[in-house]
Design a protein around this ligand. Structure first.
Ligand code: SAM
Length: 271
């Protein structure tokens, strides 16, 4: 089994995605989507950004490596009776099944960053974007003090060392690395812009309950707990994550969790 696929099919990421819907809609609203725009959402999950894009009239293809998330996305499409969007299984590291220049806009919100072989990811995204089109990525930033970078950092400290040759997904949050990857796909640095943006997670539960949800549903956290349990450190991991979630929470309600997280927004003009 492909470990990248196994990681994301583990658990149920849709349970985390429910707290990302507002952030996804806000992000999509900033993309200038108009009816008929051809959009590829790479690493789309169950449609946090793909579905709002379709609701704005875009023709959307959502591609994700996790079969269960593709099924969940297509179920949402049916439930919402949307005719201009479809989700299919695929790997951001290998877009061979998609034609050159097919899309006006390729979006990847915390998705393609998790695919192996980043040079292939960059090349594939550029190849399927038409000249004059755009690529927009949202990537978590290594060592950033906000939520997701810290979850991944804490989790990594409990997990076994990565296999030799493993390239951290967090390097997609380093501007120089992103520029180098796209340069290898023929994109000059003047065509890339970087901004820091904020994504808000909103959950109707306490920060401690949210840690439990990550422990049950989010592949990277599940793996960290499994590894921690093997050497009797699961309680310590739980405590570290609870402290993090409490510290990041800005909700005035004791029964809700609202956490802003910083990400690197990468915009590429493809010529
Ligand atoms: C953190 S989730 C984000 C999902 C979605 N973009 C969102 O904002 O809710 C990461 C997503 O990337 C997908 N993913 C990971 N590796 C991938 C790959 N190689 N190709 C396509 N999708 C991938 C996962 O299955 C998962 O849905």
């Amino acid at each position: 089994m492909n470990p990248n696929k196994a990681l994301w099919e583990k658990g149920d990421f849709t349970r985390i995605a429910t707290g990302m819907r507002q952030g996804g809609e806000g992000f999509v609203a900033s993309l200038g989507i108009r009816p008929g725009l051809k959009v590829l959402d790479l690493g789309c999950g169950d449609g946090t950004t793909a579905i709002p894009a379709a609701k704005l009239g875009a023709e959307v293809l959502g591609v994700d490596i996790a079969r269960n998330l593709v099924e969940a996305g297509n179920q949402r499409v049916q439930d919402e009776r949307l005719a201009n969007i479809v989700f299919q299984e695929g790997d951001a590291s290998d877009l061979a099944g998609l034609e050159d220049d097919r899309f006006d806009l390729v979006v990847s919100m915390f998705g393609a960053m998790f695919a192996p072989r980043p040079l292939d990811v960059a090349r594939g995204m550029v190849r399927v974007t038409r000249p004059g089109g755009r690529i927009v990525m949202g990537n978590w930033i290594p060592n950033d003090p906000t939520l997701v970078a810290q979850i991944l950092k804490i989790s990594a400290a409990y997990a076994p060392p990565p296999a030799e040759g493993f390239v951290s997904p967090m390097r997609w949050g380093i501007e120089a690395d992103v520029a180098e990857r796209f340069a290898s796909a023929g994109i000059v640095s003047d065509s890339i812009s970087f901004t820091r943006d904020t994504y808000r997670f909103e959950f109707p539960c306490t920060p401690a309950a949210l840690v439990d949800e990550f422990r049950r549903s989010y592949g990277p956290t599940m793996n960290a707990f499994e590894a921690a349990a093997k050497d009797g450190r699961a309680d310590s991991l739980q405590a570290e994550l609870e402290a993090l979630f409490q510290a990041c929470n800005t909700s005035p309600s004791p029964q809700a969790t609202s956490i802003p997280a910083t990400f690197l927004r990468v915009t590429i003009a493809v010529n």
